[in-house]
Design a binder for this molecule. Structure first.
Ligand code: PLP
Length: 453
C-alpha cells in the first residue's frame, strides 16, 4: 500500500506535525493576501501537505474528527514517511510492489477502456463476467461451488470488502475477535461500525494461536472472528489445526467468520487453507480477497467478498452505499487476470521466493532474529540484538543512519508494548533494490552498531 503503511486507504492526521507547525505562528502560516492553515496528512501512509484557506484573522481551523475515528488520528507512519523521504531511504516499509503488473492484464484494461461500452457504472455487485471468474477461481482454491450471481460481490479492494462485511453484518455493541498483530484497517473498521474489538495476541517466534486465550475471547456477544491468512505482518500461514479450532469455536458460539485471504497465492511453506472450506463453515463465512497482491496491481483496488446469499445480502447493502460499484474497465481486465494459467502462479512463487531469500539471508547475516515468513511478502524480525529501546526508535535510526525504511509493528497491536521488539520489512521490491538494501544493512548497520558498542 502506498507509503510506509502498506495499508488501507485512509487519511491520517499527524498531530505532531500539526503542533510543530502550529508552534511557529499560532498554527497560522501567512502568505500575502491569504491566511493558510497547513495541515499535514497522510494518505495510505504517504505524507501529504494541503493548504486550507482560512479567513483573515480567524482562529486556525481545528482538526475535527468524528469520535469513532478519534483514536486513529495520530500515526507514526506520517512521521516515518517524512523521515524516509528526507533521508532518501530505500523503502522496505511499503506493502506494494515497486514493479508493475503483467502486460496481459494491463492490455486488457487498455482495451476495455478503448472498446467503448465498458466505461460507465458497472452493475453494483460486479460485472457478471468477473463474478463468474471469481466464482471459478474460488472453486479451484477451496473446492466450493458458488453461484456467481448470489454469492459474489465485487468491491473496491479487499479494504472495501472488509468494510462492507463489517458494516453490513455487525451491529453496534457486538464483539469482533481479531488476532493481533493486525492489518490496521480492521481496528478502524470495527470502530466505525460501533462494534467492540476483542484481541487475541499471537506471539513470536511461532505467532501461534493461544488456544485458551482464544476460547476466553468468545462470549455470547461475539458476532464474528476476523482471520487473515496468510497473515500480514507476521508472514504466518494459519495451519489447518488452528483453523479447525477457530471453526469449532465459531460453531459452538454460533458466530460468523470473516476471512481476509489477499495473500493466498503467496505461500512458500505449508498450504493455504480457506476457513470456508472446513466442515460446516461456508454458511457462516465471508471470504475476502483482491487482485492487488497477486497481480502486482495494488492501485487498481479490485476486490471481492464470497459468502452465502443470507450473508451476501448485508454485504451488498453496505457496498451499495459505500461505493455502489467499482471501476468498470478494471473489472473487465480482472476477468483476464483471474483466468491466468497455473504457470503464472508458479512463476509468481518462484520470483517471490528469490526475493524472500535475499532479504531473509541478508537480515540474518547482520544479526537480526528473523521469523522466516511462510507466506505474504513481509518478514518480521526482532531488533533486540541492536540494543534500541523500542521499534519506533530503531526504525528512526534505520532511516537516518542506514538509509532503510521499515515499519515499526507496535502500531499493529492494541498494546504497543507487545510489538516493541519487532520490525517489519517488505520484500515486494525488485531484486536489485533488495540487494542494495542488504548491502546498506551489512555496511552501515553493522558498522554503526559496532562503533556505538
Ligand atoms: C491483510 C490485508 N488485507 C487487505 C489489504 C488491502 O487490500 P486492497 O488493497 O485490496 O484493499 C491489505 C493491503 O496491504 C492487507 O495487507
Amino acid at each position: 500500500m502506498p507509503g510506509l503503511a502498506s495499508f488501507a486507504p485512509c487519511l491520517r492526521f499527524s498531530s505532531s506535525a500539526w503542533s510543530r507547525r502550529a508552534s511557529r505562528k499560532g498554527g497560522i502560516l501567512s502568505s500575502p493576501g491569504v491566511t493558510m492553515a497547513s495541515l499535514s496528512l497522510s494518505i495510505n501512509g504517504v505524507a501529504q501537505e494541503s493548504a486550507m484557506p482560512a479567513s483573515q484573522n480567524s482562529d486556525p481551523p481545528r482538526v475535527q474528527v468524528a469520535k469513532r475515528l478519534e483514536q486513529f488520528k495520530t500515526t507514526i507512519f506520517t512521521e516515518i514517511s517524512i523521515l524516509a523521504s528526507k533521508h532518501n531511504a530505500i523503502n522496505l516499509g511499503q506493502g506494494f510492489p515497486n514493479f508493475d503488473g503483467p502486460e496481459f492484464v494491463k492490455n486488457a484494461a487498455i482495451e476495455a477502456i478503448r472498446d467503448g461500452g465498458k466505461n460507465q457504472y458497472a452493475r453494483g455487485f460486479g460485472v457478471p463476467q468477473l463474478n463468474a471468474a471469481i466464482a471459478e477461481s474460488f472453486n479451484k482454491e477451496s473446492g466450493i461451488v458458488v453461484d456467481p450471481e448470489t454469492h459474489v460481490t465485487v468491491t473496491s479492494g479487499c479494504t472495501e470488502a472488509i468494510a462492507a462485511t463489517v458494516l453490513g453484518l455487525v451491529n453496534p455493541g457486538d464483539e469482533i475477535i481479531v488476532f493481533e498483530p493486525f492489518y490496521d484497517s480492521y481496528q478502524a473498521t470495527v470502530s466505525m461500525s460501533g462494534a467492540i474489538l476483542k484481541t487475541v495476541t499471537m506471539r513470536a517466534p511461532e505467532f501461534a494461536v493461544p488456544e485458551e486465550e482464544l476460547r476466553a475471547a468468545f462470549s455470547s456477544k461475539t458476532r464474528a472472528i476476523l482471520v487473515n491468512t496468510p497473515h500480514n505482518p507476521t508472514g504466518k500461514v494459519f495451519p489447518r489445526h488452528e483453523l479447525e479450532l477457530i471453526a469449532s469455536l465459531c460453531k459452538e458460539h454460533n458466530t460468523l467468520a470473516f476471512c481476509d485471504e489477499v495473500y493466498n497465492k503467496l505461500v512458500f511453506k505449508g498450504e493455504h487453507v480457506s476457513l470456508a472450506s472446513l466442515d460446516g463453515m461456508y454458511e457462516r463465512t465471508v471470504t475476502m480477497n483482491s487482485l492487488g497482491k497477486t497481480f502486482s496491481l495494488t492501485g487498481w483496488k479490485i476486490g471481492w467478498a464470497v459468502a452465502p446469499p443470507h450473508l451476501t445480502r448485508g454485504i451488498r447493502l453496505a457496498h451499495s452505499y459505500l461505493t455502489f460499484a467499482t471501476a468498470t474497465p478494471l473489472q473487465w481486465a480482472s476477468v483476464e487476470a483471474l483466468r491466468a494459467p497455473d504457470s503464472f502462479y508458479a512463476e509468481l512463487i518462484k520470483s517471490y521466493s528469490a526475493k524472500k531469500d535475499i532479504l531473509v539471508e541478508g537480515l540474518n547475516s547482520v544479526g537480526f532474529e528473523v521469523y522466516e515468513p511462510e507466506g505474504t511478502y513481509f518478514v518480521m524480525v526482532d531488533h533486540t540484538p541492536f540494543g534500541f529501546e523500542n521499534d519506533v526508535a530503531f526504525c528512526k535510526y534505520l532511516i537516518e543512519e542506514v538509509g532503510i525504511a521499515a515499519i515499526p509493528p507496535s502500531v499493529f497491536y492494541t498494546n504497543p508494548e507487545d510489538g516493541k521488539n519487532l520490525v517489519r520489512f517488505a520484500f515486494c521490491k525488485d531484486e536489485e533494490t533488495l540487494k542494495t538494501a542488504v548491502e546498506r544493512l551489512r555496511t552501515k548497520l553493522k558498522k554503526a552498531v559496532s562503533l556505538s558498542s
